[in-house]
Design a protein around this ligand. Sequence first.
Ligand code: GUN
Ligand code: ZN
Length: 484
Amino acid sequence: MREVFEVRDQDGAGRVGELTVPRADATVRTPALLPVVNPNLPTVDPSRLPEFGAQALITNSYIIHGNEGLRERALDEGLHEMLGFDGPIMTDSGSFQLAEYGEIDVDTPEILRFQRDVGADVGTPVDIPTPPDADRETAARELRETTDRLAVAEETDTGEMLVTAPVQGSTHPDLRTEAARDAYATDLDVFPVGAVVPLLNDYRYDDVVEAVAAAKRGLGADAPVHLFGAGHPMTFALAAAAGCDLFDSAAYALYARDGRYLTVRGTKHLDDLTEFPCACPVCTSHAPDDLRAADEDERTRLLAEHNLNASFAEIRRVREAIVEGRLFDLVEARARGHPRLLDGYRALLDHADWLEASDPASKDTFFYLSAESARRPEVARHRDRLARLVVPDELCLDATGTRDDAWPVVPPFGPVPPALRETYPVNAETPRRVDGDAQVAAARGVAALAAAHPDAALTLVHDGWPARALAALPDAVTVEEQDS
Ligand code: GUN
Ligand code: ZN
């Protein structure tokens, strides 16, 4: 791959970065959202997209290629002129149509040359979007075909245009990782995780996270990752925390056409709203009744504008949370918006070892906000570090917060040398009413310390830990209960 992406800030696997797009002579600050523009009937005039925060857009070269009028105009004027948009334009290839209708009438060299000729800044080969749950043999066979097409894309003269290398593999994580390794080994530039739209449509956010995590394991840290078809703002924080840098949204327009109103906590229907819970220009200058009374085109346009405002506000929030080191707090908040998002967050935490590898050693205060917080990578890291500390021959571990002569035991981290008590992450903000999951995690920290120091005599003093936390302690630790 060429070097077009620079990571500026990192939180978990999430990053704020800068994608350089040479042909547009522009950079894109990521995570970024690219609105999908339907070349036949743009719902919002593309020239207005920067008002909402769009730095780049995506359109479909296959649709343009297949329509004589559009094709001639695009070849004649170029895409930027035709759409009235100066910034970077990414084009998709028709692979999605391939998945929907079984065949298309262009191949990779032809569509890439067409994308180049109409002035696309980022082009896409004709990958095969193998749907979720495909049997392994089918997924592997189609993946070989996609990999061959990426080789063809490398050989095609695409000029300065960046070219994507989609990562397929259906719901087989090892195939995704292999696909990602092969894609990363090409000289292609941007790495979309493909064929996740059916998963997103079915709210299978845990499977989306597995697909992204598997792809990320095969890609270098300098690879910009696009999540193809992820356009609902409730998913951005989670997908960014899994390491996605680019999103595209057709949802803002498709949902608007059905009277649907996007929020970070889910979708609402215009018919059900008595007030708009949003401070965007559309929502502060209209009431739901106004939109219901408007004609269809006006209503669709206004809903699409709100949907864009809500989407870009969330993208800005995600970027800021990464810079602040508070992305996990945002993901936890979003995970409370829908139980399936909570599945996605829990799936992400299953990869705590991998998240830990990229998580900064120090950031803003750790907030313990839910039982899931006990599984964050910072907790695993503290536990790993305990094994490397020197401990006295006899040591009292105090979970009651009352003893000066002991190492405090801080839920969810576990034992902490007194000198480190005020350092990140153990200076965490935790609720005063500690829950059992935090105590179980703290007990695991005690167990890790005991395992690394078998010759030390450890005593734990607690004030009413639940049985399941005590059960996580090894026999070698003496336990004393103190009345609270
Ligand atoms: N749009 C949504 N999913 C995909 C995919 O897997 N490949 C391509 N090229 N476009 C998509
Ligand atoms: Zn609004």
